[in-house]
Design a protein around this ligand. Structure first.
Ligand code: PRP
Ligand code: URA
Length: 217
């Protein structure tokens, strides 16, 4: 089971040995985009496998080759809401578990100087509020991007929201707790702090650049 932190009742950290093994490989500066993408998707799948354990189901009887038995099916559609760009790096790993999931996109880029979120694109299914919505982004730094995305989804009527990130900074978890205490945050690591450029330390650098091979561009 994921671990908790007394400072942040909204946070669950996956301390599973396999997730931590893959996260350490991902953090390594020598890991190239091909492996970075594979590891990120694998971790995302492992995290979502665990956090979806109580998703709503409905009973369904199943005819096996021998007899009929009681089964169950997920009862509501699942929607993924990756925050562009870097959230896309976790989407395939989650889709392997939920191939029927809908995907809504929200494009947000941090302003380099103010670190405030700038929203440049949004597109969600009409009935996005029907069923659980997983907001997906590897990095929760100041929390500005996540708060902005969740504000938007709540305006669309979503109530069953969960934030899935890879590395979280205490500052970002605190901001989400203040602004959206009803939204649980799932992470593979709670790192030490933000630096003067609002980068997570120790972190893994710029996730979008490492996924898409644009470091230094
Ligand atoms: C990164 C990251 C988050 C955001 C986190 O995206 O993927 O979306 O920063 O920072 P915050 O918590 O301080 O808002 P970035 O703005 O670099 O855009 P990109 O994904 O297009 O690279
Ligand atoms: N965005 C990133 O990609 N990395 C950070 O450390 C902070 C924001």
């Amino acid at each position: 089971m994921p671990s908790t932190d007394p400072r942040f009742p909204n946070l669950r950290v996956f301390d599973h040995a396999l997730i931590q093994h893959k996260l350490s490989l991902l953090r390594d500066v020598s890991t190239q985009p091909e492996d970075f993408r594979a590891l990120l998707n694998e971790i995302a799948g492992l995290m979502v496998f665990e956090l979806s354990r109580n998703f709503p189901t409905r009973p369904r009887s199943v005819k096996t080759p021998l007899e009929t038995c009681d089964g169950c099916m997920l009862s509501q559609p699942v929607t993924l809401a990756p925050i562009l760009r870097a959230g896309l790096g976790m989407t395939d790993g989650i889709l392997r578990l939920f191939p029927e999931a809908r995907i809504g996109h929200i494009g947000i880029q941090r302003d380099e100087r103010s670190h405030m979120p700038v929203n440049y694109y949004t597109r969600f299914p009409k009935d996005v509020a029907n069923g659980p919505v997983l907001v997906v982004d590897p990095m929760l730094a100041t929390g500005g991007s996540a708060v902005h995305a969740i504000d938007h989804l709540k305006r669309l009527g979503c109530r069953d929201l969960q934030m899935v990130c890879l590395v979280a900074a205490p500052e970002g978890v605190k901001k989400l707790l203040e602004r959206h205490p009803d939204v649980p945050v799932f992470a593979a690591a709670l790192d030490r702090e933000l630096d003067e450029n609002a980068y997570i330390r120790p972190g893994l650098g710029d996730a979008g650049d490492r996924i898409f091979g644009t470091v230094g561009a």
